[in-house]
Design a protein around this ligand. Structure first.
Ligand code: ADP
Ligand code: MG
Length: 389
């Protein structure tokens, strides 16, 4: 799960990581009051969306007066912000963060994530911050330093010094960096974050370190342990269909093709998508309806698939292990009738009571094709989607 920059910065404060004074708002009327409250002479207005690259896309703007802050906030609130990290539709700006500006001497990069290969937490740092870290990694990998944490010893002082030297920090800045790095480690462990990124971490003209941007990702599987983090969720920043799917316990991911897929089990769903691709088609989604599926879930799954207007045909691939095939067939029939599915639906059933299940699906007068094996089903659905398109 992602959270907004202003929320991440509040967590930074809780863990002793310095951030600029700032406040978020959903209404431009408050903007001038906020600048008064914050003090200072200039401010930045920052669009709060779950994506980076805002600076280059007009989502971070400088203002020199309260009136200007209000004007910029008004123009930014309510738009869809498109950055190189969003899709072509962009993300809605429902809040802006108004922040004091700081004179920037240098922009650094610092992040903490989980390195799956070494099974350790790893710091990644670079003196070339503020820009695309992927480009730095690609073109000048020597500018990136890493430090892996021992699960027993944790973060050690020498590792902080190594990073501080690589970032060109001096004197008191070493201690300041150590405090920031330790804060990141404590935050990551306490809240089960999977990534914490500060880009840029700045050195101000008076030599202080400060997190100007903040991005935190959390491990979805640990959210049940952290109601405080879960409360920070903003569904407006996520795909509508994926939000609905979550409510019904369906694992759904929108993709770009035109063949809707309904499968039970994540592994089978992946294999099904592979096969569709192999037969020349393109899946419109990943959808795992789960092991113990029922009529209600199948109905909701159909509704989800059909709400995507790109879908031209549907492939249902269910293995009747926990649930029997005839029960699934009844569920599919009920769903096709209830949701008024007119698109061709190719169904491949396998497992317990498969004969009864197939019998139920044949000669229904509906646009349902009962396939006998998976390869054949994939070929058929690709052909049908091709005809419809
Ligand atoms: P993004 O990564 O989405 O582009 P950032 O928060 O990193 O957004 O902001 C982009 C740039 O704007 C930063 O690299 C920095 O140069 C400038 N900036 C952001 N916040 C401030 C601030 N409070 N004071 C001065 N400059 C800022
Ligand atoms: Mg940034």
């Amino acid at each position: 799960m992602n959270i907004h920059e202003y929320q991440a910065k509040q967590l930074f404060l809780d863990y002793g990581i310095p951030v600029p004074g700032g406040k978020q708002t959903a209404s431009p009327e408050n903007a001038a009051d906020i600048t008064e409250l914050l003090g200072g002479e200039s401010w930045v207005v920052k669009a709060q969306v779950h994506a980076g690259g805002r600076g280059k896309a007009g989502g971070v703007k400088l203002a020199k007066s309260g009136a200007e802050v209000a004007e910029i906030s008004k123009a930014m609130l309510g738009i869809q912000l498109i950055t190189h990290q969003t899709d072509a539709v962009g993300l809605p700006v429902n809040q802006v963060l108004i922040e004091k500006t700081y004179p920037i001497e240098r922009e650094l990069y610092l992040s903490l994530l989980v390195d799956r290969t070494s099974e350790r937490m790893i710091f990644i740092a670079s003196a070339a911050g503020g820009m695309d870290i992927e480009a730095v990694a690609h073109e000048t990998p020597e500018k990136i330093v890493t430090a892996k944490l021992s699960p027993i010893a944790g973060l050690q002082a020498y590792q902080c010094r190594l990073v501080a030297y690589a970032l060109g920090l001096k004197g008191k800045q070493h201690k300041a960096l150590e405090k920031i790095m330790q804060g990141m480690v404590d935050l990551m462990l306490a809240k089960d974050a999977s990534q914490i990124e500060i880009n840029p971490l700045i050195v101000t003209s008076s030599g202080e370190l400060m997190a100007l941007d903040a991005k935190i990702n959390f491990d979805d599987n640990a959210l049940a342990l952290h109601p405080d983090i879960l409360a920070l969720k903003d569904p407006s920043q996520e795909d509508d269909r994926e939000n609905i799917a979550q409510q019904f316990g369906l694992n759904y991911v929108t993709l770009e093709g035109n063949i809707g897929c309904m499968v039970n089990g994540a592994g089978l769903a992946m294999a099904t998508m592979d096969l569709v691709k192999l037969k020349g088609g393109k899946p419109a989604n990943f959808l795992d309806v789960g092991g113990g599926t029922n009529v209600e879930k199948v109905c909701e799954a159909f509704k989800l698939i059909l709400s995507d207007k790109h879908v031209k045909a549907v492939l249902v691939n269910i293995f009747g292990g926990i649930v029997k095939c005839d029960v699934i067939a009844q569920g599919i029939l009920a769903a096709v009738k209830e949701v008024h599915v007119t698109l061709p639906v190719v169904v491949r059933l396998e497992g317990t009571n498969v004969e009864e299940g197939r019998a139920l699906l044949s000669n229904t007068g509906l646009n349902i094709y009962a396939a006998d094996d998976l390869a054949h089903a994939a070929e058929q659905v690709v052909a049908l989607a091709g005809e419809a398109a």
